[in-house]
Ligand binder design. Structure first.
Ligand code: ADP
Ligand code: MG
Length: 749
């Protein structure tokens, strides 16, 4: 019996198994069968040169040739930097030159006599035909006659070629017993899915594209379904314990807050608020994702929910990813609540009954020992109705008198695991959970990344918002534009407004290369934006990469140079907490004109008087991050602007991306744009990718419809059989997709 679990050693013997284990870490039959082809070459598309006249080839034509290497040479190039490898291949009586730049190892792959399939675009070269950097697969000796209808091309290594993988797969499929299908017959029938055995065979060795597609659809479905079953299961396990019911009161803080609101809620805010309010009043735990573009007013919605909880005599906690953001949140909640949030302080407003007010307590890692003790006591005694803190601090087991609601802000730094942890606090109840995304994401992506949550959307911005005029400034090409930008800063300040200048790096190098913790390193382009002698002629090949611009350098340079005379401060995550606070407060109160900052201001910072943002080295930031950043302006009623300054070359993809973003004001559009330029691992979030090693083919972007289908089916199955006890095959599927650890929640159901 050879099954999915059988080791490759047993199934195909040493000679085949050992290289698979060593080179590709494939140890079992299942490992190999899940090592899917990355593409296919249709055998009938192989161009047989001997059957064609020379003149029937056309430059630019895409061809796949079955050829033999006659000669291969490698050398340094004479007129350019770099190395070139040239292989002459014969296809029948015809000769072709294959060229590869800076891949000297190709010489080893293509030794004289090697037979291979070459695939690439034809061009003319020294009177003959050339394929520049073709894809190729090296074939074993004498077996080319035995090719399947579609030749699978596998992810391979230099030592283990695609061809060898294909031969191993064939060997395995010859001895494999049909695996038991985890999908119930009815599910397969309903969704028109192939059997698992068929799918595994045909994904590797299809005869037609239709077979290949049917096979893929089934395998992608398994991944989507496994993931959605896991999410549905988590959702079920999150609701096994009741939540503390928080009925709404007409005479409490929530009502008082609404009465004092200086603006009208948008229809969308009211609608979502209503639905949250109803859910909070019940004992079924709320597990909700609140989506909304930057500036759509998510905080007010969250605060109103928190007040309902406080009115019910319980507590709410607001979790932020960073200290700056946590203290900013505490400050803005206090500002919004006014005297309603100052219980225990000297009464300064005769219209507020001190007994009816609540207290907002900030809890972060940088509090002094005494302040920390007091904050913990506030939380424990219930004196604090609302606790604001960083994820890190709150998760270290802070005790609450009666926790009713957890609000998680800016979710992209927070994973499904942490949500599980929040819900699994000791006690008979589990708090309601409300998650706010930083930038909205498409629905099908939300279904995958936040599949355990239901979704609410704020679909409009508050009335009177000014659009943010965004412009990409290619400073490498047009240095004048940058000079003009600094002039505009002066004009903005003269008009009584404030300005942010954002840099990708902190600068006084630390452990993270001067980046904010959690930031990714971006590739470095050439030149120096602030160097007046900057060389706009730099050649991408030869230029030395420079590190991204840093707050610690740009700040002083601006203060002494183009922005001399303005009140300028810097802000970044490695400053002591009290300094950060002081700078933010000064900026918030209009005592600072220009804030030169890192992405610490990315989220939550709310200074309506700031009307201009200049993002330096904008190409070093992700698309969503840029959208989030520019959302810091345009918060008041004055027109606002944002400049993406970059040295990216004219016509480069980096500049094109910035220009597209500049022309896209809508957050949902932006996230689609963002997803296009990122890969799947990123989409699922750092916390999840890696752990979810069972995802090979699923693309939340391309398979949106299928994800939605799988989600519906998964919810139905889990509703009838939460622990999947009656569906052992599906429990196995969940384990194989999300892993043993991730699937542990099944045992708790
Ligand atoms: P988000 O967190 O969704 O980016 P915020 O909650 O920070 O947005 O709100 C942005 C700004 O808009 C804040 O200054 C907030 O007080 C204000 N605001 C929220 N709702 C409204 C509304 N309905 N009308 C006017 N201003 C609003
Ligand atoms: Mg916010």
């Amino acid at each position: 019996m050879v099954g999915i679990q059988t080791s490759l050693l047993t199934a195909v013997g040493d000679k085949t198994a050992k290289p698979l284990a060593r080179q590709l870490e494939l140890h079992t039959v299942g490992d190999l069968l899940r090592h899917y082809p990355r593409k296919y070459i249709a055998h009938e598309t192989v161009t047989h040169a001997s059957e064609r006249e020379d003149q029937r080839f056309r430059p630019g034509e895409h061809v796949t040739l079955l050829g033999t290497v006659e000669q291969v040479t490698g050398r340094r190039m004479r007129h350019r930097r770099g190395h070139i490898t040239e292989a002459t291949i014969s296809v029948g009586a015809q000769r072709f030159t294959c060229t590869f730049f800076n891949q000297p190892y190709r010489e080893r792959d293509l030794q004289r006599g090697t037979r291979a399939l070459f695939s690439g675009d034809l061009s003319r070269y020294r009177g003959g035909w050339q394929l520049a950097a073709p894809e190729f697969i090296v074939l074993g000796a004498g077996v080319s006659a035995d090719l399947p209808g579609l030749i699978p091309i596998y992810p391979a290594t230099k030592k283990l070629r695609s061809w060898n993988v294909m031969m191993a797969v064939r060997q395995v499929l010859d001895v494999l017993d049909d695996p038991e299908d985890p999908l119930p017959e009815v599910v397969r029938a309903t969704h028109g899915l192939a059997s698992l055995g068929d799918a595994l065979r045909r994904v590797h060795l299809p005869d037609t594209w239709a077979e290949q597609q049917a096979a893929r659809r089934r395998l992608v479905w398994d991944e989507a379904f496994g993931l959605q079953l896991a999410m549905a299961g988590r959702r079920a396990s999150a609701t096994t314990r009741p939540a503390p019911a928080c009925p709404r009161r007409d005479d409490g803080l929530a009502a008082e807050f609404d009465a004092r609101l200086p603006f009208d809620l948008t229809a969308s805010q009211r609608e979502v608020g209503e639905s949250l309010s109803t859910a909070l009043a019940g004992a079924e735990p709320l597990n909700r994702l609140l989506q909304g573009d930057v500036g759509s007013g998510k905080t007010v919605v969250a605060l109103r929910a928190m007040l309902q909880v406080v009115d019910a005599g319980r507590q709410a906690v607001l979790l932020a990813p960073t200290e700056v953001l946590a203290s900013q949140h505490a400050r803005s909640l206090r500002a919004m609540l006014g005297p309603l949030g100052r219980a225990g302080e000297l009464p300064d407003d005769p219209t507020v009954d001190p007994a009816g007010a609540t207290r907002i307590t900030l809890l972060t890692g940088s509090l002094g020992a005494k302040a920390r003790r007091e904050a913990l006591l506030d939380a424990q005694s219930g004196a604090a109705g609302i606790v604001v803190g960083t994820h890190a601090v709150i998760q270290q087991g802070v005790g609450f008198a009666d926790l009713g609601l957890v609000v998680v802000d800016e979710q992209h730094r927070f994973g499904v695991h942490q949500r599980d942890e929040l819900r699994s606090r000791p006690g008979d109840t589990t708090p309601h959970v409300l998650v706010m995304t930083a930038t909205p994401i498409p629905r099908t992506v939300a279904m995958t990344v936040y599949g355990d949550l239901d979704t609410s959307e704020l679909t409009e911005l508050p009335a009177g918002r000014q659009p943010i005029a965004t412009t990409a400034v290619p400073a490498g090409v047009r240095p004048r534009w940058l000079d003009r930008a600094w002039e505009r800063v002066h004009e903005e300040v003269a008009a009584g407004h404030q300005v942010y200048v954002v840099c990708p790096r902190i600068g006084d190098e630390g452990g993270e290369g001067g980046r904010e913790p959690g930031e990714e390193a971006a590739p470095a382009p050439a030149g120096d934006l602030l160097d007046p002698e900057r060389d706009t002629e730099t050649d991408g090949l030869e230029a030395e990469a420079r590190p991204p611009l840093a707050v610690a350098e740009v700040g002083p340079m601006l203060a002494e140079g183009p922005l001399a005379g303005l009140r300028l401060e810097i802000l970044h995550g490695r400053m002591p907490a009290d300094e950060k606070d002081a700078v933010m407060r000064a900026f918030g109160e209009g005592r600072v004109d220009v804030l030169v900052a890192t992405t610490v201001i990315e989220v939550g910072v709310d200074v309506p008087n700031a009307t201009m943002m200049i993002i330096m080295d904008a190409d070093r930031f992700g698309v969503s991050q840029l959208h989030q950043l520019r959302g810091r302006v345009g918060r008041g009623s004055a027109p606002s602007s944002c400049l993406f300054v970059t040295e990216a070359a004219e016509g480069s993809p980096a500049l094109a991306r910035l220009e597209r973003l500049a022309a896209t004001p809508d957050g949902f559009e932006v996230s689609r744009l963002d997803l296009e330029v990122r890969d799947e691992g990123d989409v699922l979030g750092a916390q999840q990718s890696g752990r979810l090693s069972g995802l090979h083919m699923l693309s939340v972007l391309r398979h949106g419809d299928l994800v939605a289908e799988a989600r519906e089916e998964a919810r139905a199955v889990v509703a009838a059989d939460p622990s999947l006890a009656r569906h052992p095959g599906l429990a196995g599927l969940v384990r194989s997709v999300v892993g043993e650890d991730e699937a542990a929640f099944l045992d708790r159901l």
